[in-house]
Design a protein around this ligand. Structure first.
Ligand code: TYC
Length: 102
């Protein structure tokens, strides 16, 4: 802890105990039923991807079984999963979306 003099005031600089938040991957899983176009829309709407980026990620899920859509602090990752699953169910698609700690 380094002390600094500002005029007549002695300020003790506190060593910061603030840690960066733990981060979580949001992952999309493949299935045989959800239309490719729908997955592209999900990636554009909830993960701010361009049509080209969304298509690449969708194809990676389709061929490899899963892909990372984004990495976020816990609350945001949880919200993304809820939004994606809610949107998919509203359209009667079985799309799965999960989060994993990094
Ligand atoms: N496999 C699906 C199909 O052939 C497409 C798909 C891609 C589904 C990604 C889910 O997360 C997914 N229609």
């Amino acid at each position: 802890m380094a002390g600094k003099h500002h005029g007549s005031t002695l300020l003790e600089a506190q060593k910061s105990k603030v840690k960066p938040p733990r981060m979580y991957q949001v992952i999309l899983l493949n299935d045989d039923f959800t239309p490719m176009d729908f997955v592209v829309v999900v990636l554009e709407q909830f993960f701010s991807k361009t049509r080209e980026q969304a298509t690449q990620v969708m194809l990676k899920v389709h061929t490899e079984g899963r892909a990372v859509c984004g990495v976020y602090p816990r609350d945001i990752a949880e919200t993304k999963v809820e939004q994606v699953v809610g949107f998919a169910r509203a359209h009667q698609h079985p799309l799965r979306c999960v989060m994993e700690g990094t």
